[in-house]
Design a protein around this ligand. Structure first.
Ligand SMILES: [Zn+2]
Length: 358
């Protein structure tokens, strides 16, 4: 009897224990399920946030960033960058007679779409620079008196040799930018290295032109015994241009050449001119200078002296309606950077329009 009474109690107890254990297990499973669900949803939310961030960064790059980096992405398709909109108002079409039919199409398209930063295919400048980009050969003929300039505006071409670098070139660019005028930079090919890509891109993006000033700038290699070596010179023009194509893509091309030391300084340049012309390279010297690379004894040492030197050299020409000004943006030319404002003022006061060379 006692045993019979005991048994059900024991069974009950065991059953209850089992039930409780099952209950606990169920709860534990539920908890685990809940934990996993939370983990899963957290991962999904994090993934969505990452995707949104990536997409928004792509769009914000496209729409708001008018900095230098986007060019590298877009340049291989020669489609440079959306307009800097505030430049639209400053559109200068005053030299439109120098614009080719090809340029006109770009300009019309860009005006219609508001795009101002497209590289003119096969050229050394962006489309908004086309109205003030002049043929090098033509300018050479004017300053050498081989042809008479009959344009209504006086023209000045500010040129800077021996760059680029990150010391002087950016200062020159800032002063040009501030004045809304443009220049041509004759770069040395060996200086066209990755660390200078940003400054080169800024140069072009700002509406300036890049030109070639050899690859090595080595007189002994280019002019052994003071006599130009046509093959070597052509090779260096190609090398320097090749470096620029590396920066801006295959559709970029600069056919503007300046001899280190100047065309006027060497023998046998006629032969090298011909070699260059076969590849469509056109050379150009200058007809005025600030004297920033003259020998120490005659080199101007302050702003006034540089501007005086410039004015004097310009007026030694029979015709001064077209001015090609030699300056340098090498690392030790701080005075050139400091005096550029005065040089620009001089030409503005004398009613010159600023052009670039193509
Ligand atoms: Zn030079």
């Amino acid at each position: 009897m006692n045993e019979n009474e005991k048994m059900p109690t024991n069974n009950d107890y065991r059953k209850k224990q089992l039930d409780r254990r099952n209950e606990r297990r169920k709860l534990a499973r539920k908890k685990e399920k809940k934990r996993r669900r939370i983990l899963f949803f957290s991962i999904v939310v994090i993934l969505i946030l990452i995707i949104i961030k990536i997409i928004s960064s792509i769009f914000s790059n496209k729409n708001t960033k008018v900095s230098i980096e986007p060019i590298e992405r877009t340049l291989p398709t020669w489609y440079l960058e959306q307009s800097i909109r505030e430049q639209n108002g400053k559109y200068d079409n005053s030299h439109a007679e120098h614009v080719t039919a090809n340029d006109k199409i770009y300009i019309a398209y860009d005006k219609a779409t508001g795009i101002r930063k497209r590289l003119v295919k096969g050229s050394n400048h962006i489309s908004s620079a086309a109205p003030y980009a002049y043929n090098t050969k033509e300018i050479r003929q004017y300053i050498r008196g081989e042809k008479t300039y009959e344009g209504k505006d006086k023209l000045v071409f500010l040129t800077f040799d021996d760059g680029p670098n990150t010391v002087i070139t950016p200062q020159i660019l800032s002063t040009l930018e501030k004045n809304n005028v443009h220049a041509t930079f004759f770069v040395v090919g060996k200086n066209v290295t990755e660390s200078h890509y940003p400054v080169l891109k800024r140069t072009v993006m700002n509406g300036n032109a890049l030109a070639l000033h050899s690859f090595s700038h080595d007189y002994d290699a280019l002019y052994p015994g003071r006599s130009a070596n046509p093959q070597k010179i052509l090779e260096e023009a190609r090398l320097a241009e090749g470096r620029l194509k590396k920066v801006f893509g295959e559709d970029y091309s600069s056919k503007v050449w300046r001899y280190p030391g100047g065309h006027m300084s060497w023998d046998n340049v006629h032969a090298s001119d011909e070699a260059l012309a076969k590849d469509n390279y056109e050379w150009l010297d200058w007809n005025s200078l600030t004297g920033d690379a003259e020998r120490k004894a005659v080199r101007p040492t302050n702003t006034k002296e540089q501007v005086d030197y410039l004015a004097k050299s310009l007026h030694q020409n029979l015709h001064s309606e077209v001015a090609v000004v030699l300056m340098h943006d090498a690392v030790n030319k701080q005075l050139t950077a400091d005096n550029l404002q005065a040089v620009i003022d001089y030409f503005k006061e004398n009613d010159y329009k600023f052009g670039i060379l193509k």
